[in-house]
Design a protein around this ligand. Structure first.
Ligand SMILES: *Cc1c(COP(=O)(O)O)cnc(C)c1O
Length: 344
């Protein structure tokens, strides 16, 4: 298959290439067998990630998907309940892994927030001593929630509720970097509360591979066993971990630029015929006339700008490391041209 012909790829913040400096760090990485816990670069990445998030320990995983699934696997036994938003990545975008791998029963809520409302929690916790009921094991949150920043008060409230009732709380913070940047808080503050937290190095940070699960030392010891069970034991993984380590050192600070660029793109697109656009951290959500979104995404692609229709009237664009200031102006011009063609 040919590589993409898209000149400006806004389909996802995973569409980045390692920078020359990142590649150099990867090429020069000290490595060892990480299944034997002898890869110094992986150890360094895990220690640095845990420290940044204010936790005892971290485990490097091939993907955020696997980190989430390990958290679910550790939290519940077969038949227990997992509570999450109906659109949570851990339920809807990981092939039903929590059902397949851990045999957990999903209980969902809807609404704009990924953080369960207090009334919903209170309603679900009632009657759990009834013989008919499955036992609740895990309550999940997500931040950012498809670009939207969740208030940390909700995270603290849900985490306290979970502790009080003997559930585990998990935060899918694949884009926690963006949330912390937008909130103007430290990563440790943004991660505070839940028992386990997932972060992803290959989204906004632009590393080629990997994610991490962070928690207390004992949970991470068990997570290391679970990662092996899932076939995620990696050998000289320092090669890829070095990219993530480089990203933590050099690409965290610049996320505010992505957010500012998303704002500029949204402002430009709102002037295009038939479009209204909103920036949510590094994402731009553009509303089209009903049914027009797939056509707009296709036409933009033909003009060399990659974006995705996430609904019949909604196109998503994601700003990342490989999108420059000039790319934003160019993308806005080309998508505007596409919107004009559709409106004509
Ligand atoms: C992308 C994403 C994941 C999965 O990340 P991978 O590293 O690609 O597996 C999980 N959760 C959320 C919220 C995501 O956006």
């Amino acid at each position: 298959m040919p590589a993409t012909t898209l000149e400006i790829d806004l389909r996802s913040d995973t569409m980045t290439r390692p920078t020359p400096e990142m590649r150099r760090a990867m090429a020069d990485a000290e490595v060892g067998d990480d299944v034997f816990e002898e890869d110094p670069t992986v150890r360094a990445l895990e220690e640095r990630t845990a420290e940044l998030l204010g936790r005892e320990a971290a485990l490097y995983t091939p993907s955020a998907h696997m980190a989430n699934q390990i958290a679910a696997y550790l939290a519940g036994r077969s038949g227990d309940e997992i509570w999450a938003h109906e659109l949570a990545h851990i339920l809807g975008n990981e092939q039903g892994g929590t059902s397949v791998l851990s045999r957990l029963l999903p209980r969902t809520f809807s609404g704009p927030d990924s953080t369960p409302p207090q009334e919903w929690l209170e309603r679900l916790i009632k009657g759990t001593d009834d013989v008919h009921r499955a036992q609740p094991a895990l309550v999940c949150m997500e931040n950012t929630f498809t670009g939207r920043v969740m208030a940390l008060e909700g995270q603290a409230r849900v985490s306290a509720f979970a502790r009080e009732h003997g559930l585990k709380a998990h935060l899918d913070g694949s884009r926690l970097w963006n949330a912390a940047t937008a909130l103007g808080v430290s990563l440790a503050e943004a991660a505070a509360g839940p028992d386990t937290v997932t972060v992803c190095f290959s989204k906004g940070l632009g590393a080629p591979v990997g994610a991490a699960l962070v928690s207390d030392r004992d949970t991470i010891r068990r997570a290391r066993r679970a990662r092996k069970l899932l076939g995620g034991g990696m050998r000289q993984a320092g090669i890829i971990a070095a990219g993530a380590l480089y990203a933590l050192d050099h690409h965290l600070e610049r996320l505010a630029d992505d957010h500012a660029r998303a704002e500029r793109l949204a402002a430009s697109l709102s002037a295009a015929p038939g479009l209204s656009a909103e920036a949510l951290t590094n994402m731009v959500i553009a509303k089209t006339e009903p049914g027009e979104a797939p056509k707009l995404a296709e036409l933009a692609g033909a003009h060399g700008v990659g974006c995705i229709a996430i609904a019949e009237d909604t196109v998503r664009m994601v700003v990342h490391l490989d999108v420059s200031e000039a790319d934003i102006a160019e993308a806005a011009a080309r998508i505007t041209k596409a919107a004009e063609a559709l409106a004509a």
